[in-house]
Design a protein around this ligand. Structure first.
Ligand SMILES: Cc1cc2nc3c(=O)[nH]c(=O)nc-3n(C[C@H](O)[C@H](O)[C@H](O)COP(=O)(O)OP(=O)(O)OC[C@H]3O[C@@H](n4cnc5c(N)ncnc54)[C@H](O)[C@@H]3O)c2cc1C
Ligand code: SF4
Length: 494
């Protein structure tokens, strides 16, 4: 156990961040690592609970009290091993995870959980910054099974599944339709939350472990079901859930109205040094580039994808950024019906909300507001205003409040209202996979779908979720595939 009186002596520290005015000038990560002494002090707050709720709160089952204790004792090498026992990519979760472990930490009863995410990220930085650290060397399987597995999609679910399967001795090919590996880690999550070099380091490790990556391959179009079944003993679909929810209001068709992912992907590519994205010239608004510079930006949708649009628009020097959310403003602290250790349904403020645009000190956030129309400028082609009305929640339904109509300046509207599951057209339809009521691929506990030999994991089977769940699913499906291959029950696939 770390210091038994640690939590009585040391207060929880907020993760240090670069000042807003400085960080909006670039796309580098905003987090500053705590000093070794500060981190050690934070780790000392862990009580090594008899029933560690943090461990249950973590979808990966990370062995949190153990690595808190090791960090407190300065035994970083042991902490690296403990972390990797349950998590393939702690360098990713340490940066982007919303830390359900912290929400369920026993100290969260007093609103001051252990800074588990900081501890995890710092352990990961320890091995990532060391030259040729063993944690990044290939872990080669002691023998090859001769079984071949196709993983379709290279987001965190696909990467975790592929790494686990390769380490079990299977021959793994990852097919990715994008030009680079990483899924939403690469083209969704902005660099200011996670710089992309860390994906490349892991991919290099996986290649050395025998995983083959084939990018630019759209499975279902470039590679059909018959070829998949002819080449592989099992197929794991980690396709993500990328179909965006649309906004069917008048003016939706105007120029300057875009899905959040179109906007975010473009910026992530600019940061990666790309000039073009298909036909789009990334520096030229007349050739498809979506840029917020000098514009009044309205982000429709109050979640994390929306917050990433806010941070990106701030960095592009938008005139102002406003984020609209349909549902009422959540409370600042837990309500009695939402007790610990459940996920707290409280107002979340991301670092992006606290950054300035050209005209405003911070992002303006409006809750309980419904967009009714997008209005054009004098040309009739481009969006210029957004018309909305305030709403209230009554008996579970939203009711418009008469007389509360309002208009906001809006030269760029970004739609970030969630996702509707994986694309059906293509491999999902070709295979005839069973889908649930929300349009996600139905699987059993092992990840097996309704089609023998075909498995699914990550957002494709659970709906748009979190990186930590995708990694957990990837690990689980790898186990399911391995056990099925061991049983020899997949040979008849197709
Ligand atoms: C903007 C944004 C920000 C987010 N930020 C966070 C965050 O900060 N923290 C967090 O925990 N979660 C975040 N999430 C959610 C998280 O990114 C996802 O839950 C996670 O990436 C899901 O992983 P996945 O592997 O299932 O799918 P994805 O990451 O979506 O990867 C799916 C991959 O499959 C590929 N693919 C699809 N179809 C085919 C095909 N037919 N052939 C070949 N390849 C195919 C896609 O190109 C893609 O690369 C965010 C999501 C978005 C949209
Ligand atoms: S619940 Fe919190 S205090 Fe208890 S073991 Fe986990 S991190 Fe430590």
């Amino acid at each position: 156990m770390a210091d038994p009186r640690g939590f009585l002596k040391v207060k929880r520290a907020k993760t240090p961040e670069r000042p807003p005015a400085e960080r909006i000038a670039d796309y580098r990560e905003i987090t500053i690592e705590p000093s070794p002494d500060d981190l050690r002090a934070q780790a000392s707050r862990c009580m090594d609970c008899g029933i560690p709720f943090c461990h249950h709160g973590c979808p990966l089952g990370n062995v949190i009290p153990e690595f808190n204790d090791l960090v407190w004792r300065g035994r970083f090498e042991d902490a690296v091993r403990v972390l990797h026992a349950t998590n393939n990519f702690p360098e990713v979760t340490g940066r982007v995870c919303p830390a359900p472990c912290e929400a369920s930490c026993v100290l969260a009863l007093e609103e001051a959980p252990v800074t588990i995410k900081d501890v995890e990220r710092t352990i990961a930085r320890h091995f990532f910054e060391a030259p040729d650290h063993p944690a990044l060397r290939p872990v080669r399987a002691p023998f090859r099974t001769g079984r071949r597995v196709a993983v379709v999609g290279s987001g965190p679910a696909g990467l975790a599944a592929a790494q686990q399967l390769a380490r079990l001795g299977h021959d793994v090919v990852v097919y990715e339709r994008d030009d680079r590996v990483g899924g939403l880690l690469r083209y969704g999550i902005p660099d200011f939350k996670m710089e992309k070099a860390i994906i490349d380091r892991r991919v290099a490790q996986m290649e050395a472990e025998g995983v083959r990556f084939e990018t630019g391959v759209d499975v279902g179009r470039d590679l059909g079901k018959d070829e998949l079944f002819a080449k592989f003993d099992a197929v794991v679909l980690c396709l993500g859930a990328r179909v965006p929810r649309d906004l069917p209001v008048p003016g939706r068709e105007l120029e300057g109205v875009h899905f959040a992912m179109e906007y975010l992907e473009q910026q992530n590519r600019r940061v990666a040094g790309d000039d073009r994205m298909g036909d789009v010239v990334l520096a030229d608004p007349d050739k498809g580039a979506i840029l917020a510079a000098g514009k009044h930006v309205v982000v429709i949708g109050g979640g994390d994808t929306g917050a990433d649009c806010v941070g990106t628009a701030n960095r592009q020097r938008a005139a102002s950024v406003t984020q609209l959310e349909l549902m009422p403003k959540p409370p600042l602290v837990r309500m009695p019906e939402n007790p610990w250790p459940a996920w707290p349904l409280v107002l979340r403020t991301s670092s992006s909300h606290e950054e300035p645009s050209l005209e405003k000190e911070r992002c303006e956030r409006e809750f309980a507001i419904m967009t009714k129309a997008l209005l054009p400028d004098a040309s009739g082609k481009r969006v210029a205003k957004l018309r909305a009305i305030r709403v209230e929640l009554q008996n579970g339904a939203l009711r418009e409040l008469p007389g509360t109509e309002l208009e906001l300046p809006c030269d760029l509207a970004l739609l970030a209202m969630g996702f509707l599951g994986p694309e059906k057209k293509g491999i999902v339809e070709e295979l005839g996979l069973a889908l649930d009521a929300r349009g996600n691929i139905v699987t059993d506990r092992s990840g097996a779908t309704s089609v023998p030999g075909v498995f699914a994991a990550g957002d494709a089977s659970r709906g748009q979720s979190l990186v930590v769940w995708a990694i957990a699913d990837g690990r689980r499906v790898a186990k399911g595939v391995h056990e099925a291959l061991e049983r020899g029950s997949l040979r008849a696939a197709g």
